[in-house]
Design a binder for this molecule. Sequence first.
Ligand SMILES: Nc1ncnc2c1ncn2[C@@H]1O[C@H](COP(=O)(O)OP(=O)(O)OP(=O)(O)O)[C@@H](O)[C@H]1O
Length: 463
Amino acid sequence: MDRYKLIKEVGDGTFGSVWRAINKQTGEVVAIKKMKKKYYSWDECINLREVKSLRRMNHPNIVKLKEVIRENDILYFVFEYMECNLYQLMKDRQKLFAEADIRNWCFQVFQGLSYMHQRGYFHRDLKPENLLVSKDIIKIADFGLAREVNSSPPFTEYVSTRWYRAPEVLLQSYVYTSKVDMWAMGAIMAELLSLRPIFPGASEADEIYKICSVIGTPTEETWLEGLNLANTINYQFPQLPGVPLSSLMPSASEDAINLIERLCSWDPCSRPTAAEVLQHPFFQSCFYVPPSLRPKPSVARTPPPVGPRGSFEHQSVKRHPVSLANAKPFNSYVSPKSNAAFGSGVQRKLEMANQDGTRNTKPVRSSVRDSKYRPPGKKSPHKAAAASLNKNRVTRSVSETADKLANMTIGATGSRRHSVSVVGQHQQLKPPAMKAGWVGETRDMFLRPTQPTTNAYSRKVAG
Ligand SMILES: Nc1ncnc2c1ncn2[C@@H]1O[C@H](COP(=O)(O)OP(=O)(O)OP(=O)(O)O)[C@@H](O)[C@H]1O
């Protein structure tokens, strides 16, 4: 760690504090995540999901892990530095974002997700705090919960941030898929468009209530499996008609609304894949620059732009439409809102007891500005980047190319200090057996639906 000078703490998560730092030798600005837990051996470190998954990811929209250092039993992750996260961009903002900006961000995130899902991983904890922004570039960060798509259920140890948690996870399904990331992206897109969380549940039960309030109670037609799941745990959905999403995001385009409706479908099978989303009409003006055609900067601090603006800036880069073999065309989509007639607004509970036990302790607040942004799991209102969950996880590569990209070396620099360099190294770590490990969430409160008291979404967001 002597090589780095810590400048300022920029984030305090559940599992580590994140610092802006400078590499004294190169002058490069980096983000260093100092893990709170002590690590007494390298084996423990290299089994962490964050290490195992991130070392295999090499994509302009996935934050790059450059180095892993263990010194005096403390573990440090050295990442490329990003200026801020999406939560920070939204929280004090009074004016809605231009849809073009949202499109640009989302297009990039879906490209990162498409890459990740196709390589066999899903993130499981997508939320605005985990989407890092520097200028026009956005990257997916925090792989503490990442899991292999093909790893075997049951996935018992997983708890994602409540507001972005997919219904199948809320209903305690042990078999969920990368579609949990698609749900989270629908919720994030809606939040970007309205500057308010769309499903701000104050407990797990309230989370389901909020979802029903917006998209309507699931039926045998929309999610038979969900009804079965609910039966299994003896849960009764509140019977609510839902509202047209356009009433919550009056300024959003039809395409944006349609995409969010698709992403926030009860049935995971009805949600599009990330690859399919890239072909949705919402992204019609965007085009994809394949990694092979992207310029490779020697210092990859500012990656090549991806998305509409980036593509225009790099005019030498050939224009390539997204072409994905299994992608289903979106023009077959019809607006699914059969419940448009019930646009009576969404109710929510403001003074909700914390029913989640160990996490997600922040109550939903009632003022427009507060209720917009106090994501669950925040430890301190002053720490915008703090958050929920469990971290430190796993993965296994499903493709040989993934391993080529991983290129990771362990460099021991003394018995108490080791570092794993992820960039530009050539020796690979043997993927160790997957280590689960986490922290269950208090489940016993789950079956207590909460009563809504007010109608938060009926307020118009200042434009
Ligand atoms: N590469 C980076 N560049 C700049 N800031 C970063 C970077 N990585 C993380 N941060 C900041 O630190 C915060 C916490 O990081 P991270 O989510 O990785 O920690 P965590 O302990 O896993 O948090 P959580 O409680 O959300 O699980 C982020 O929300 C972000 O604001």
